[in-house]
Design a protein around this ligand. Structure first.
Ligand code: CP
Length: 309
């Protein structure tokens, strides 16, 4: 197997290998190395059926630094708008001698479907599917945490906000538990938590001020309005009052706690600008680390070193 579709079921040693490989690529910029020839002659197609700023751009940069040829499909101007099916789109792109698809899709399971249907020599990387998984986001977040707090076994991590609709939250919980975090705590209103959330391997709080106690890593999430029915949608000002991260509330966490957010951030909804741009924020570091981590995942998948579905 050579795909990277989900964190679920992957071993601690494989996740650690991804992080170690990413570390070797992260040093490239420091040493003024712009490119390595690992994927020279390979063709990678970015297939983003949903919008993206960070993921699409860092996948493209990562592929370029590995010397691959990269095609960014513009879905809005592709034949998809004329009714061509996902499978026919894939079949046609396969005929252009593609080696890897990087896929973002609004439907959970879309990347798995493509991995099942595509030619055996092609790797598929999930760049976010519906509410299901965003595995490279989780890995770049693990990489960012490890740079600052290397011992996962001592870490209490809070994931705050719209857990129900978040593919990021699911992948983060799986990665943190696999890497042995001391506690993964979700903090959210009941309406924004999945049923039986404890079965994911988390503790639960519905109160931000209580929930932030003893926390080393504060992960904020965006309200995924595009996935909500109007009945679920809370008032933004009410939400900020109860679950928005301010400087004052951040003081309840450990003094050296770091603040993370996968982006895009909604300032004044889930996070105050003073926190997002403040000294404890590593939000832009997460974005930079996306390049090295995506280089690692693509290189390992193409070298068939066992990154599996
Ligand atoms: N974190 C993330 O997936 O951001 P984009 O939607 O901009 O890719």
């Amino acid at each position: 197997l050579k795909h990277f579709l989900t964190i679920e079921g992957l071993s601690k040693s494989l996740l650690t290998e991804i992080l170690d490989t990413a570390e070797s690529f992260a040093g490239m910029s420091e040493h003024q190395v712009k490119k390595v020839p690992l994927l020279r002659g390979k063709t990678i197609v970015n297939l983003f059926f949903e919008n993206s700023t960070r993921t699409r751009t860092t996948f493209e940069l990562a592929a370029t630094r590995l010397s691959a040829d990269v095609i960014n499909m513009n879905i809005a101007t592709s034949a998809t708008s004329k009714g061509e099916s996902l499978l026919d789109t894939i079949r046609n792109l396969e005929s252009m001698f593609v080696d890897m698809f990087v896929v973002r899709h609004a439907l959970s399971g879309a990347a798995h479907f493509i991995a099942q249907q595509t030619a055996p020599h092609i790797s598929v990387i999930n760049a976010g599917d519906g509410q299901h998984a965003h595995p490279t986001q989780a890995m770049l977040d693990m990489f960012t945490i490890r740079q600052i707090k290397p011992d996962f076994s001592s870490l209490r991590v809070a994931i705050i906000g719209d857990i129900l609709h978040s593919r990021v939250a699911r992948s983060e919980i799986q990665a943190l538990n696999t890497l042995g975090a001391a506690e993964v705590r979700v903090i959210a209103p009941k309406t924004l938590l999945p049923a039986h959330v404890e079965s994911l391997g988390v503790t639960v709080s519905h109160n931000l001020t209580e929930g932030l106690k003893d926390i080393d890593v504060v992960m904020m999430l965006r309200l995924q309005k595009e996935r909500m029915t109007s009945a679920l949608l809370p008032s933004e000002s009410e939400y900020f009052k109860c679950f928005g991260l301010t400087e004052e509330k951040l003081k309840i966490a450990k003094p050296d706690a770091i603040v993370m957010h996968p982006g895009p951030i909604n300032r004044g909804v889930e996070i105050d600008s003073k926190v997002a741009d403040g000294p404890q924020s590593v939000i832009l570091k997460q974005v930079s680390n996306g390049i090295a981590v995506r280089m690692a995942v693509m290189a390992m998948a193409m070298q068939k070193q066992g990154v599996t579905a």
